[in-house]
Design a protein around this ligand. Structure first.
Ligand SMILES: CC(C)(COP(=O)(O)OP(=O)(O)OC[C@H]1O[C@@H](n2cnc3c(N)ncnc32)[C@H](O)[C@@H]1OP(=O)(O)O)[C@@H](O)C(=O)NCCC(=O)NCCS
Length: 191
């Protein structure tokens, strides 16, 4: 099978970094969490907010974590933003607090690698790219002997994460709101 190899982006890869940031915005404007957060904005307003959010998230991962991407025909079709333990993320924490998700977890400020976002271009989904990207990032987490954490915003993505060893820790269910799930993957030693 022709499995794509994810590559690590650095700040020097400016066009790919811009492409990856745009992909995150394009994909996450459909995400239930963000839609709930910005229910009062029109599409353009949401895009502006997400551009700001993901530009900062990208900068954090470039500086303090890892940005991994699958590039096809010169464009980014999949991207994952990882933050190393201890990554400063005060602004993201404020947003989380506003979303009602608190800020009390060990989080990236603790001992875990935090998956801030993973996105596959819609036209490229279902080919296993999300799984390839996740596995690649987790191999690096495993090399550090560390735990990983993330927040699943859809049941579909939760299934994907479970297949890669994440376990749900906090369930939020309400009749009117989509379900979000904090998930943690225990540390593994390579062997
Ligand atoms: C979640 C996502 C990264 C998966 O990427 P992918 O390349 O389609 O995933 P793979 O082909 O490796 O695996 C497919 C699995 O992804 C999950 N998935 C979640 N949303 C999906 C979607 N819209 N399309 C296809 N698969 C999806 C499913 O678990 C699916 O497997 P299933 O057979 O159990 O349903 C991608 O669908 C995406 O970008 N979704 C929108 C953004 C998002 O939800 N990000 C995660 C937020 S927590």
């Amino acid at each position: 099978m022709n499995r794509p190899l994810p590559r690590v982006l650095s700040a020097g890869d400016a066009p790919l970094v811009a492409d990856a940031t745009q992909l995150l915005v394009d994909v996450f404007r459909h995400d239930p969490s963000w839609r709930r957060r910005y229910w009062y904005l029109r599409a353009n307003g949401v895009r502006r907010k997400l551009r700001r959010y993901y530009a900062r998230a990208m900068a954090r991962s470039l500086a303090h974590g890892r940005v991994e991407a699958v590039v096809e025909n010169g464009g980014v079709v999949a991207v994952a933003l990882w933050e190393a333990p201890g990554t400063p993320r005060p602004w993201a924490r404020r947003v989380r607090a506003r979303l009602g998700r608190g800020g009390a977890r060990g989080g990236a400020a603790g001992r875990r690698w935090h998956l801030e976002g993973i996105a596959v271009r819609e036209s490229a989904r279902g080919r296993g790219l999300g799984g390839v990207l996740l596995a690649h990032g987790l191999r690096s987490v495993d090399r550090h002997g560390a735990e990983a954490e993330l927040e699943a915003t859809t049941p579909g993505s939760q299934r994907l994460y479970e297949r890669h060893g994440f376990v749900a820790t906090t369930r939020r269910v309400s009749a009117t709101r989509p379900r979000e799930m904090d998930m943690v993957r225990p540390a593994r030693t390579e062997g």
